[in-house]
Write a new protein. Structure first.
Lengths: 337, 323
């Protein structure tokens, strides 16, 4: 009796085993810590803005800042050419007073970077959830019910999958960004953050739904599912209790990789001015703001790019670690562009 | 085999049809605003709106609208822009194709060569510091947004270090046609090629390394070792051959994806007047006919490229033929 209890205690469930494996993966743990740090810093954006006493969404062309006891204007009259343009102040490297300098409207780049990070993370996160939920529903339905349902859903997925991601996103954005969309149940207003979330969430559905469908097709033929069908277990119960737990590892492994790809897509769309709309910021829009100042004040564009690259890097390593911990055999591709 | 070819061809035609319907639905049927107002662009006059309505047949049933649009894009190719009045967009798209192909093909050559080098070197020195460094650089390469890397490249080569011996040869941004100025064509494209290739070298190096390491566990590698072949020969002549399959599949997909995405961002940053830059300009001017045309032609190109890769597989690999 005592022996049996002891052995029960010793054998861990699959989740506990995976968690132990993950916690031993130093690279993945460091990346998890860095990612949490990035999220916390971005959430603290309002605190930084009030500490720096700046409004990152209003242009302030006549502000001054104290450096070494002297008042320096944030926007300096250009000395080159006709002297008509203004050059914003460069990085002071002092927290609270234009740490990374100002952009072409005199706004504190550091404060905008933190606020932009909130939007970038929010869009990427919400889009990931939309993709995973819809793709799981589509993949489960197509794979489990088969027949005409599967044929129709698979053909739709084929078309979406073959449609280049950026071109699909551009087509949706150009139509939606100016007027928004009213689908009765869902109303997305122009300029709302939900538009890029919705667009990015849609374009990647086939990348998850296709592998999920394949897995469900295989599980459908497995003995334990056939046994459940034979016992007369209702279909919704088989789907939820037998099949969903078996594909959950795939979904968990996909989540950080999807988040990374979505960060890059959000940045690209915002850079093309069809993502986050001004005066709101995201890392992509700040890079676009910095494009005009590239040769004079490069840090406006450099800082958000480094932030994106760092976030995507830690998410990719975390995804690799999760994959090794949960399912060493699966092969999942990293996103590249 | 003929059946497999016909099936693949049928699938391609279906996907093309699906994409054309989807584009039509997005641009003409999406609720929210009058499609004529979208196509006419910002602050269009009532006369322009009327002209758009007539030209696209918005008073007619929806399937006639679809056929009208397809006819304008593919058959008569007389779709005109209403933002730049009378500008025929289909020939404009064709004019920009050489620029995009120059960019993508050059970058592809670079990333295939260096991706293979990185993958083979990392697999051969598995676990060593070289392997770890290469893989770390690869990860950083795939994490950077391509347009940002392009800006950093511009900052280095056009501004900060332009006057040093290293980058003084870099010409100003822009594109020179190959037929008129081969040297200028090459020089202006070197930096964009490198920028685009950096993103993919890491990815391809990682994929090839993983697949080589997997192949090295196979029985035929043990046989080759037992025959007394050198490790180099085993790696290059035995393991690499099977590993290249995944490499080629990936290449087919990415080459297509590039035409429809990453190349667009690279063209914008480097001021190369390709299909992507044309789409970008259309976005900035809210010129929908140009975007419709580039989206449809680029997507069709991608679908065609993917189908060609699969057809080559059917011809080469006996296992795929019967499937």
């Amino acid at each position: 009796m005592t022996d049996a209890v002891a052995s029960v205690r010793l054998s861990r469930g699959p989740w506990a085993t995976a968690l132990r494996k993950l916690s031993r993966d130093n690279a993945a743990m460091v990346c998890l810590a860095v990612f949490c740090l990035i999220v916390i810093l971005c959430l603290l954006a309002p605190a930084y803005a009030s500490f720096a006493n700046t409004d990152p969404f209003r242009s302030t062309l006549d502000a001054t800042v104290e450096i070494n006891g002297q008042q320096v204007p944030v926007m300096e009259q250009s000395t080159e050419g006709l002297g008509l343009g203004y050059t914003p102040i460069g990085p002071t490297w002092r927290l609270g007073s234009y740490f990374l300098g100002a952009d072409n409207q005199g706004r504190d780049v550091m404060a905008r970077l933190l606020y932009g990070g909130r939007n970038s993370l929010l869009i990427a996160g919400a889009a990931t959830i939309i993709t995973l939920v819809i793709a799981t529903i589509v993949g489960l339905t197509a794979g489990f019910f088969g027949g005409i349902t599967d044929t129709i859903l698979s053909r739709i997925l084929d078309v979406l999958w073959a449609f280049p991601v950026y071109l699909l996103a551009i087509s949706l954005s150009i139509v939606l960004i100016a007027q928004g969309i009213d689908l009765g149940l869902i109303v997305l207003e122009a300029g709302s953050l939900w538009l890029p979330i919705f667009i990015i969430g849609i374009v990647y559905i086939p990348y998850i739904a296709r592998p999920v469908r394949g897995q469900v097709l295989a599980l459908r033929q497995s003995e334990f599912v056939l046994a459940a069908i034979g016992l007369g277990v209702p279909e919704h119960r088989i789907l939820l209790r037998d099949i969903l737990p078996n594909i959950s590892t795939t979904l968990i492994v996909f989540a950080p990789l999807m988040l990374a790809i979505n960060m890059l897509t959000e940045a690209a769309l915002s850079f093309l001015s069809i993502g986050v709309q001004p005066p709101d910021a995201s890392w992509g829009t700040i890079i676009q703001d910095g494009q005009g100042l590239l040769y004079t004040r490069p840090w406006v564009a450099l800082a958000p790019g480094i932030a994106i690259a760092l976030t995507v890097l830690v998410l990719n390593v975390l995804g690799d670690g999760l994959r090794d911990a949960l399912d060493p055999r699966s092969k999942i591709r990293l996103g590249g562009d | 085999m003929l059946l497999a070819l016909i099936r693949r061809f049928g699938q391609m035609v279906f996907v093309m049809f699906g994409i054309s319907v989807l584009v039509f639905l997005i641009f003409f049927v999406t609720p929210g605003a009058d499609p004529a107002a979208r196509i006419a662009g910002r602050n269009a006059s009532p006369e322009t709106l009327e002209a758009v309505r007539k030209s696209f047949g918005f008073d007619q049933p929806i399937w006639i609208q679809y056929l009208t649009m397809m006819k304008k894009i593919f058959i008569t190719q007389d779709l005109t822009s209403f933002v730049n009045r009378g500008w025929k967009v289909v020939p404009a798209v064709f004019d920009t194709i050489p620029v995009t192909l120059s960019l993508v093909i050059g970058a592809a050559v670079l990333w295939v060569v260096f991706g293979m080098l990185v993958g083979i070197l990392a697999a051969a020195t598995r676990g060593s510091i070289i392997d770890k460094a290469l893989m770390a650089f690869g990860l950083i390469g795939c994490a950077m947004p391509v347009f940002w890397l392009g800006e950093v490249m511009n900052l280095i080569t056009q501004s900060r270090y332009h006057d040093t011996w290293l980058f003084s040869w870099v010409p100003p941004l822009g594109y020179k046609p190959l037929s008129q100025d081969p040297k200028g064509w090459f020089l202006t494209l070197v930096i964009p090629w490198i920028t685009l290739a950096i993103l993919y070298i890491g990815l391809y190096g990682r994929v090839l390394r993983a697949s080589l390491i997997e192949a090295m566990q196979e029985d035929y590698i043990r046989t080759a070792r037992a025959k007394g072949l050198s490790e180099t020969r085993i790696l290059l002549r035995h393991a690499l051959r099977t590993s290249l399959i995944s490499f080629v599949t990936l290449f087919g997909l990415d080459f297509g994806a590039l035409v429809g995405g990453a190349a667009l961002l690279t063209e914008v940053v480097f001021g190369l007047q390709g299909v992507g830059k044309l789409t970008y300009d259309g976005l900035q001017n809210l010129d929908l006919p140009i975007i419709m045309t580039t989206v449809i032609y680029a997507s069709f190109f991608v679908v065609l490229a993917n189908a060609l890769v699969d057809i080559v597989y059917i011809l080469l690999d006996p296992r795929v033929r019967s499937a």
